[in-house]
Each structure stands twice: as structure tokens, then as C-alpha cells.
Design a protein around this ligand. Structure first.
Ligand code: CP
Ligand code: NVA
Length: 305
């Protein structure tokens, strides 16, 4: 059987994603009942981080423990990815010790390279291009609220970054009504929008008007204006993005039961106000918690357990 990597949501088909979400929900329910599991007993996850993390680190490590396995973090200082040692050799050697690898790095090509050189599953824990684990978890969070991604209106405000691209990938599988409100110069690459159009499942609309994006939306999603690795642009971005801030005024244009989502970390007072992130529509901590549960499903799926 071919090994099961999780590099982007677009590599998987809808049935794969649905099955993983089902598995995540089953494992979550069992955990809630206090049942213990040995599903991943004796299995070890290696975690490579080239960027900081709170949720990804914690959720993968705790998730492995809760499934009876073990997780270990390996920093770039130790392995010198592609510098101290070629990715080919790193992949081959790590695969002799580990059962699965999660990597958070800059270039998507490095993740693909590692996957091509490792006989064990590789999970993308965020790159400049995509954040598939985040959107997988978000889909679980929405399901728990009784919301199917089919027919769901999601307004994403801000930079068309890794999180936004993963939402566009989700629109390849689900009949999402995705609206991206982005400032000029920060819109998605045309090939992503065109890819969704050609697939003909979900829809993506790009607008420079935040008001138009959120009109009647059931979900409003936002993320940092400056992603990890873009710090040099932070000041410029802080000048451009303020009209796209998720605040009470903008919320009043959405569905009255709108859910507000943010992958976190949030920059309170920038992309989102305290009033909104701490308000009754916000489900940001449920999202954060579900990183744990969704990835337990993902690890079990990738390891065929
Ligand atoms: N949302 C998310 O990936 O958080 P971390 O960067 O803290 O892992
Ligand atoms: N777009 C953000 C997501 C952080 C979880 C970043 O890449 O920094």
C-alpha cells in the first residue's frame, strides 16, 4: 500500500478528508468518555520546526501521547535541514527510527522533497504556501456546530496566505461559498481561483471590499496580516490592512449567527478587535482545541491505525 502523506488538502480527495474527520470525531468522543487507547502504541512522531509554534507543537505532541505513542521535537539547529545534511539522507535516516514526521517550514518544496525521500508519512505542519492541518481542524469545528462545508458561506479577510490557500483547497472538495476580502497586492494567485473554478465544486470570489465579502456570511475568518517569515514587511502591512479588520461594525453585516474564526496567534487590535475575539460569535478556542482532535484522526489515518 502506498504511504499516506498529508502535504496539502488538494492532494487528498473528499472521501479521504471526510473519513479522517469521521475518525477524528470518533477518537474525540472516546477520549471525552475517558477511554484510553493503544491505537498508536510503540509509534513515534518526529516534529521538525523551522518556525515558532504553540498549537501545532502542543497538539501533535499531546495527540501522540493520548494515542499511546510518543512524539519528539527536532530543531533545525540540530539537523541543519539541507545544509548539514541533504534532505535525501535526512528522510532516509529519520524513516529508520520514526513512524511519521510532521514538518513546519518555509518552502512547500522542502516538504515535498522530504516526502519523496521518506518511506514514512510526512505531514505538513505549515509552510509559506499552505496550512492544511489548520483547515482540517476548522472543518471539524464547523461540523461540531452542525455546519456542513457544503453550501457554507465563509468570508476570509486579510492576506491570501497559507491559511487562505488551504481554504481554497477545501473548496475543491466542498461546495463552499468562499469570499476573500483582500487589499490590492495581497489577493490569491490567479491559478488558485482558476483551479477552484475548473473543479466546479466550491466557488471563490475575490473582492477588495471587506463589506462585500462579509455580506450575509455564516463564517468570518481572519489571520495575521504578517505571517511568519514576512516580519520585514510588517510595518507596510500595518498601513495597508486596517480596513480589513474584523470588528463589530463589520460583523453587523454578516449573518446574525455568524461564527468568527481565527487560526491564532491573533494580533488583538490589528486584524481582530478584543470585542470580537472575546465576543459571543467567536469560536477561536474551539478551533485551537480541535487541532488536537483533528490531528489525532490524521495521525491514525496516516498510520493506518
Ligand atoms: N494555528 C497555528 O498553527 O498555531 P501555531 O503557529 O501556534 O502552531
Ligand atoms: N499565516 C500565519 C499562520 C500562523 C498559524 C503564519 O504563517 O504565520
Amino acid at each position: 500500500m502506498a504511504k499516506r502523506d498529508f502535504l496539502t488538502l488538494s492532494d487528498w480527495n473528499r472521501a479521504d478528508v471526510d473519513r479522517t474527520l469521521d475518525l477524528a470525531a470518533t477518537i474525540k468522543e472516546s477520549y471525552r468518555k475517558g477511554e484510553t487507547t493503544t491505537r498508536l502504541q510503540g509509534r513515534v512522531l518526529g516534529m521538525i520546526f523551522h518556525k515558532p509554534s504553540l498549537r501545532t507543537r502542543l497538539s501533535f505532541e499531546v495527540g501522540m501521547w493520548q494515542l499511546g505513542g510518543h512524539a519528539m521535537m527536532i530543531t533545525d539547529k540540530e539537523i541543519g535541514f539541507g545544509r548539514r545534511e541533504a534532505v535525501k539522507d535526512i528522510g532516509a535516516v529519520m524513516s529508520r527510527y520514526l513512524d511519521v514526521i510532521m514538518i513546519r517550514t518555509f518552502h512547500q518544496s522542502d516538504v515535498a522533497d522530504l516526502a519523496a525521500n521518506s518511506p514514512i508519512p510526512i505531514i505538513n505542519g505549515l509552510t509559506d504556501a499552505f496550512h492544511p492541518c489548520q483547515v482540517l481542524s476548522d472543518l471539524l469545528t464547523l461540523r461540531e456546530r452542525g455546519l456542513s462545508a457544503d453550501g457554507l458561506s465563509v468570508a476570509y479577510l486579510g492576506d491570501a496566505n497559507n491559511v487562505a490557500r488551504s481554504w481554497m483547497n477545501a473548496a475543491l472538495h466542498y461546495r463552499l461559498d468562499l469570499r476573500l476580502g483582500c487589499p490590492e497586492g495581497y489577493e490569491p494567485e490567479p491559478e488558485f481561483v482558476e483551479g477552484v473554478r475548473q473543479k466546479g465544486v466550491g466557488t471563490v470570489r475575490v473582492t477588495r471590499s471587506p463589506e462585500e465579502a462579509v455580506e450575509g456570511a455564516r463564517v468570518i475568518y481572519t489571520d495575521t496580516w504578517t505571517s511568519m517569515g514576512q516580519e520585514a514587511e510588517a510595518e507596510k502591512r500595518r498601513r495597508v490592512f486596517p480596513p480589513f479588520q474584523v470588528n463589530s461594525e463589520l460583523l453587523s453585516r454578516a449573518d446574525r449567527d455568524v461564527l468568527v474564526m481565527h487560526c491564532l496567534p491573533a494580533h488583538r487590535g490589528q486584524e481582530i478587535t478584543d470585542e470580537v475575539i472575546d465576543g459571543p460569535h467567536s469560536i477561536v478556542y474551539d478551533q485551537a482545541e480541535n487541532r488536537l482532535h483533528a490531528q489525532k484522526g490524521l495521525l491514525a489515518a496516516c498510520l493506518g491505525a
